[in-house]
Design a protein around this ligand. Sequence first.
Ligand code: NAD
Ligand code: IPM
Ligand code: MN
Length: 354
Amino acid sequence: MSHRILLLPGDGIGAEVLEAGRHVLDQLALARGLSINYETGLIGGAAIDDMGEPLPADVLEAARRADAVLLGAVGGPKWHDLPGNKRPEVGLLALRSALGVYANLRPIIVRPGAVDRSPVKAEIASGTDILFVRELTGGLYFGDKGTEGDSAYDICRYSRHEIERVVRMAAIAARQRRGKLSLVDKANVMETSRLWRAVTQEIISRDFPDIELEILLVDAATMHLITRPRDFDVIVTENLFGDILTDEASVLTGSIGLIPSASLGASGAGLYEPVHGSAPDIAGQGKANPIGMIESIAMMLDHSLGLPTEAKALRAAIGAAMAQCVTVDLGGTASTMDMARAIADQLDRALALA
Ligand code: NAD
Ligand code: IPM
Ligand code: MN
């Protein structure tokens, strides 16, 4: 069986980390005799420059045909002055929406051997293992937006259905982990948050009585995340809060360059992308940490390709490589491709042990 993977490098360091990921995936495919059928497409600024739009129709078609989509990052200063609905980021949002990937899984794990990379004290950061489940296709990102004279608006709207399906996915994940779910909202101010709270409480008490539900307001949650991160297991939250909180939580690990994501829906292709952006400040210098991309590939092996043993081996190879090879964001000198090669070099050993 051949796995169909669509590669979307995008902009800035997106292309650099995707090349590194491809290097590791090719090595894995070679070692395991996997057959992978790659297609490549344009998205974001690169697609605007070439095709005049951030998500060309044939790229979306290729995404729908694929088993999985691997995406680098989109955006950059070159396109900042375009009107809101023509920017690179719109291509990514349209792709997420069209694929129906309503749940964005963002694991934040401080590996035992990498606690000293965290700017947070070791006694606080060590043992952190949080799975964020960010709602990805609703809320402020997708509500009506516009400008009227000197005013502008973005409408935040959520339906019971949109909340229910993502909360269920988060609760199922919690059941497979440590059995705790934290809902982060702003129910003291927002109607949408009050709906999130009511629907979540109803689903958990009715269908997941074995799950411990904790509810936090988002402003306080930003503090608890960096003062007592070990207390969290699965965190479910709306689109915008999930975007912001996961960048904050990435700091616990030492770098946003380490954080992967998987975006999943009811069926169809999964979308896999690191949490970071196109990093214009370091683009073209070989300084990008590719681990967020490579960890995203491990999530793809688990969730879309049905290869859990390979996923486990890849994670072990990343851990072993991190002990020897340190990228610039974490205080070392290794380049993007040095890191990819170090991980690829560990694969055979990791596969033998997996
Ligand atoms: P960013 O995540 O690109 O960068 C923030 C900081 O983190 C920068 O200092 C950058 O150098 C560093 N960084 C990011 N990834 C890194 C990596 N892999 N290795 C080492 N350091 C890394 O966020 P930004 O600067 O606010 O945004 C830049 C552009 O990226 C914007 O146009 C934004 O819209 C876009 N963006 C895209 C995505 C995506 O495609 N999924 C995500 C976030 C931001
Ligand atoms: C992310 C990014 C995107 C988001 C942008 C680029 C649209 O910040 O994937 O975290 O806000 O979802
Ligand atoms: Mn973000």
